[in-house]
Each structure stands twice: as C-alpha cells, then as structure tokens.
Design a protein around this ligand. Structure first.
Ligand code: PEP
Ligand code: MG
Length: 315
C-alpha cells in the first residue's frame, strides 16, 4: 500500500524509474488557477475559457477577455498554460452563438465548428489570448476543441500563426481525429485527448446520461485503442500527446495512459497527489505492461480489474 494520510505533490511528475510525465491542472477560472498553483501543478493542461463568455448576451470584448485570461496566466508565471478556445454548443450552450435548433446537439455545431458560423468570435479570442500572453510570462499554448478533420487542424494552426501564437494544437475528442492523429500532427504542434468526449463519441453514449454510464466509461478497451492510435500518431511526428479528460485523474487509468505513450496528464488539482503517488510507485515498463493488458481485455470491467489487481492500493 502507498501509505500516507496527507499526500502532497512535489511539482515534478515521474514514474518509479524516473520517466517524466508532466502533471498539469484543468482550470476554468482565476480561482481554479490559484488552487492549481497551490497544489504545485506543473502548469495548466486545459484552461477552459468558457467562463469569460458565460452570462453574456453578446461575445465579450477583446479587452474584457484579455483581463480575464491574464488572471489565469499570472498564477503560472514561467510555466505552461494550454488555453483552449471557446467550446460552446451541446453541453455548453451560449445564447449569442445559438443557430438553428438541432435534434442532436452533441453531433451539431459545437466546439471549433462554431467558428465557421462566427469567425469573428474565434478571431477576437485569438487576439485576446495573444495580448494576454504578451503581457504575462507564462508559456502559452493554444488548442481547439472538437477537431474532426486534418483540414480543421491545419486551418486552426494557420489562424493561430496569424496572431503570433506559434504553439497551436488540437484536442482529440472525436474518433476520426484519433485515427488521423499522424496527419493531424503533421500540422499541429501537440494533441490533448479529451477522454470525456472521446468516450462519448466512441461508445455513442451521452456523457451526461446516467443510464448509459457503463458505456460512457473510459476503461472501455475501444477508447484505450483510440488513445493508443493517437499516441502512435504523436510518436510518428515527434509531437507530445497529453490527456486532459477526467480519465487522467483516475490513478489506475493514469498508469495505463502513460503506458500507452501519453506524455502529460491534466486533471482537477485535487487529484494531483494520488496520481503522482501511483506513478512514482510504478516503472514505465510496468505501465506499458498494464496498458497492453488493458488493450487486450474484452470488456471495461476486465480492463479495470486486471490493472487494479496489479497496482498498490492508495490509502
Ligand atoms: C473532454 O471532453 O474530455 C474535455 C476535457 O473537454 P470538456 O470536458 O470540457 O468537454
Ligand atoms: Mg470535450
């Protein structure tokens, strides 16, 4: 057992044999950023910018956005912050972006797709991110949600470059992006797997519907195979592949993700100590062995059981 009642994270994620795995935080507000810094997160792997757009009848102005983003960047001076552009639609509706009513909002105009109907919203946001980055010392990376095609990735990276944002990546949340990770990462500087949506779209099971929760479960071997495919694409192109979905916060899954080739894990700050502890107790070879066992399992329950049985119990 990994005994320790008051476990803390010392700010450097690594396996038992010293393989580095960046342990980052997901934040959605300046308050979250302060919490994440207090927990020694190495940086921010997912800065959800929706908070700057909520409670607005129209899109917030550039100055207002700059002020909001600076508050988060200021908490991570000298460290990395991955800023995600607006992910509206489906489970995150915004009145000023609402288009035609959709019968299936999760399959509709959401994430990066809203930028096609509202190009100024994305453009203004990139201006604001670039200004906030110039004013603060954090290292800013930018990524787009819900990328489904190579063209979308290429266009997003080009739009970022026009604003001087040179490290532009994509979220892998749609199975098509996982399968085409190699070609996508020929354009994008990095990928970050959103396992919440990737699981939903792989299993065709609504992420917020309790009655299908057994399907919308990241231990599903099919989801793990898509994570593996994304990591192969990253390795082909020499690009980092992180995970920023809730799976990264589950210690036993974190081990599997690292074994599949994931290079960073981003999670709710309170999960950092337990994830760091289980990684520190497991060698990279063991992570790889457990990942292969999970891939070979014929059900989510078997994948989870075989991995958990091999890991020390967190107490
Ligand atoms: C995800 O889908 O896993 C993710 C991190 O994005 P969000 O939960 O904001 O959709
Ligand atoms: Mg998502």
């Amino acid at each position: 057992a990994l005994a320790s009642q008051v476990r803390t994270f010392d700010g450097v994620g690594r396996t038992a044999d010293g393989h580095r795995v960046e342990l980052l935080a997901n934040v959605g507000s300046p308050r979250d950023a302060a919490d994440a810094a207090a927990q020694h997160a190495e940086g921010v792997g997912l800065f959800r910018t929706e908070f700057a757009f909520l409670d607005h009848d129209e899109a917030p102005g550039i100055d207002e956005q700059v002020a909001a983003y600076r508050q988060v960047l200021a908490a991570f001076a000298g460290r990395k912050v991955v800023v995600r552009t607006l992910d509206a639609g489906a489970d995150k509706p915004l009145p000023f972006l609402a288009g035609e009513p959709e019968a299936n909002p999760a399959l509709g105009v959401r994430g990066l797709r809203t930028a096609q109907a509202h190009p100024k919203v994305l453009d203004d946001q990139l201006v604001a991110i670039a200004r906030a980055a110039a004013a603060e010392s954090a290292t800013v990376w930018v990524m787009a949600p819900m990328v489904a095609t190579v063209d979308e990735a290429q266009e997003f990276v080009a739009a970022c470059a026009r604003h001087g944002l040179d490290t532009a990546g994509v979220m892998v949340e749609v199975p098509s992006a996982a399968l085409l990770a190699g070609p996508i990462l020929a354009h994008a500087a990095f990928a970050s797997i959103g396992t919440n949506d990737l699981t939903q779209y792989t299993m065709a099971a609504d992420r917020v519907l309790g009655s299908v929760a057994h399907l919308s479960y990241a231990w599903q071997p099919a989801v793990l195979h898509l994570v593996a495919a994304t990591c192969r694409g990253g390795a082909q192109q020499g690009r980092p592949v992180g995970v920023c979905g809730e799976a990264a916060a589950v210690p036993a899954l974190a081990v599997v993700l690292v074994g599949l080739g994931v290079t960073s894990l981003s999670m709710t700050p309170r999960a950092l100590p337990d994830v760091a502890a289980v990684l520190a107790a497991t060698t990279l070879d063991e992570c790889r062995r457990l990942a292969q066992l999970a891939l070979a399992a014929s059900s989510a329950a078997d994948a989870e059981a075989v991995v958990r049985a091999a890991l020390p119990v967190l107490t």
